[in-house]
Structure formats: structure tokens, C-alpha cells
Design a binder for this molecule. Structure first.
Ligand code: PDD
Length: 298
């Protein structure tokens, strides 16, 4: 679908929205990004996304190209120009263009580019019935807390999952610890009924959905520990799920071909699906998604 992109101060049809051939984002993956939702003309968890964007930019020593307020206006204008109400927006900021050299110049203007599409929602059947994942070694670098556009290891991991008929790859470090997934965070409800996920560290991206879901879980009085789990613990887990801006709370019912517990989404996952939908949409039921009803029935 055609659409309007924002690039370095201009709103242009995507085919004309270009960056300099020597943009360091292209040549070195020298940039960071965010994927966020706009619901009813407002940023969903905008503060959390902007806070993470600031952390990512600071980590690579790039100054924010505009204020948060201005960035919000550009995001909403991009959505408006694409005639969208609910949207998924991709925002990328690179160090800018300069003759190719690993050493980075201090005086480049950062490049900022943005696209918007109709809100990406979880597939209703997957959301209701759960998905399978595979596990694979986490081959990424050791600064995974930066939302870097350098995503080759993630891309290869996600592709491998799809070719195995699965939704995601759960990434593991040497000792069988599950860090996160190729594009989402990973959770189990362990054999003691505790909701577990890898603690914040440089081995994972601190997901905005992760921070929201952990808050919701604590507010629901669920036992929560930000403590890593291993693939061996997945074998005895009661439930598993993953979270991201576009997958929301997605039940995981098979890991490497083995059923998690009885192979159906569990009650904690259901509760968090409901709580997350209420957090994002408030009283407004998300159109076209019958999962709320089936989750409630589950
Ligand atoms: N992916 N971990 C990784 C490696 C991710 O790429 C993502 C997000 C997450 C979840 O973060 P959040 O809850 O803030 O979406 C965890 C985005 C959506 C993407 O690359 O499309």
C-alpha cells in the first residue's frame, strides 16, 4: 500500500522519501528505532517509548533531533496524513550522513524517518489458541538494551521460527537461560505459580509492553519475579507467553514441539491479555478482534 512517510522534515510519498546514500543508518546500522501504537489519535504508552528512545540515543551518543513534544506532533501528523485512526508507527533515528568511516563525526545532523501503517493486531486465532516457538542460541551482541536498527541476528532468528511453522524464536544463552525472543519478551508461569521473566540487563530489550504487563500483573496481585528461567524450567512451567507492541500478550503453548502444560493458554495469560487490552483501549473494544470474548470464556 502506498503511504506517506516523514523523512528529515518532509512528508512525502514513500517512493520519494529517501535518505542520503551515505546515511550511517544504512552503512553501519548506526541508529536506533521505536515501534509504537497510536490509538484514537493518541500515543499509547508514549512516555515509556520516548524514555527508551532517549536511553537508546544516549547510549550511541546521538542528540535527540527534536523535542518529545515535536516528535509526538510529527508522529500524529504522519498518522493523519495516512488517513489512519489506529496505527503502528515506526520511528528511526540514525547518526546522519557522512563519508563512510567507522569513526563517527560529531557534527552530523541525525536523520529521522517515520512510517505509519494500519494498527498491527495479533492474529485472532493465534491470540485465542496460542502459538508455538522454537529455541535457538542468542547470537546477538551484549548491548541488547539499546533498540538498535542492527537486527540481522533477530531477523535470522525470526525467519528460522517461521520456517519451522512457529511464531517466534526464544533466544538462549549458554546455560539454557532464555533471554527474550527475536522481537518480543518471554515469560513463564513456573512450577510454583510465579510469573517469571528475564531481569532488565544488557542481555534483553526492556520492552514497553513488558513494563506495562509486569505492572498490571503486580496490580492484579500475581506473584512476579524478574528472574531468568531456563529451557529446563519451561518443561515444568504451567504457562508461557510473550509480549510486544504488536503481539500484545501472546500465549505460547508449544516450545520446540513440546506442549507447555496442557498445551492451551493458561489463566494468568488470559488475565493479562484482558488487562493489557483494557490498558490500551480502555472501554473501547478493539474492533475486529473477537479474542476478548474467547479469552473471557477460556
Ligand atoms: N520489537 N525484544 C526485542 C528484541 C524486540 O525487538 C522487541 C520489540 C521487544 C518488545 O518491546 P516492546 O514491548 O517495546 O514492543 C523485545 C518491535 C515491536 C519490532 O522490532 O518490531
Amino acid at each position: 500500500m502506498a503511504g506517506i512517510a516523514y523523512v528529515n522534515g518532509r512528508y512525502l510519498p514513500k517512493a520519494q522519501a529517501t535518505v542520503n546514500i551515505e546515511d550511517r543508518g544504512n552503512q553501519f546500522a548506526d541508529g536506533v528505532y521505536e515501534v509504537l501504537k497510536v490509538i484514537d489519535g493518541r500515543l499509547s504508552d508514549g512516555d515509556r517509548h520516548f524514555a527508551r528512545l532517549h536511553r537508546s540515543l544516549a547510549a550511541i551518543e546521538v542528540d535527540p533531533p527534536m523535542t518529545d513534544r515535536a516528535l509526538e506532533q510529527v508522529i500524529l501528523e504522519t498518522v493523519r496524513r495516512n488517513r489512519l485512526e489506529d496505527a503502528t508507527v515506526y520511528v528511526q533515528i540514525s547518526r546522519g550522513a557522512a563519508p563512510r568511516d567507522h569513526l563517527f563525526p560529531r557534527d552530523t545532523l541525525p536523520s529521522i524517518m517515520m512510517t505509519a501503517r494500519r494498527l498491527k493486531r495479533p492474529d485472532p486465532k493465534a491470540y485465542a489458541d496460542g502459538v508455538g516457538v522454537v529455541t535457538a542460541p542468542d547470537l546477538r551482541w551484549l548491548r541488547c538494551e539499546i533498540k538498535s536498527v542492527s537486527l540481522l541476528a533477530n531477523v535470522l532468528a525470526k525467519q528460522a521460527a517461521a520456517e519451522d511453522g512457529c511464531y517466534e524464536t526464544w533466544l538462549t544463552r549458554d546455560d539454557g537461560v532464555v533471554t527474550e525472543c527475536s522481537a518480543s519478551n518471554a515469560y513463564i508461569v513456573d512450577a510454583s505459580g510465579v510469573l517469571r521473566t528475564h531481569p532488565l540487563s544488557s542481555l534483553i530489550l526492556g520492552g514497553v509492553t513488558r513494563s506495562v504487563v509486569l505492572e498490571l500483573a503486580r496490580a492484579e496481585g500475581l506473584p512476579v519475579e524478574e528472574r531468568a528461567f531456563t529451557t529446563a524450567e519451561v518443561d515444568t512451567a504451567h504457562e508461557a507467553f510473550l509480549t510486544s507492541t504488536s503481539s500484545w500478550v501472546m500465549p505460547v503453548v508449544r516450545v520446540d514441539g513440546r506442549a507447555v502444560a496442557d498445551g492451551t493458554p493458561g489463566p494468568v495469560t488470559r488475565r493479562l491479555q484482558q488487562a493489557y487490552q483494557a490498558h490500551v483501549f480502555g472501554n473501547r473494544a478493539p474492533t475486529g478482534l473477537s479474542v476478548a470474548a474467547s479469552a473471557a470464556a477460556g
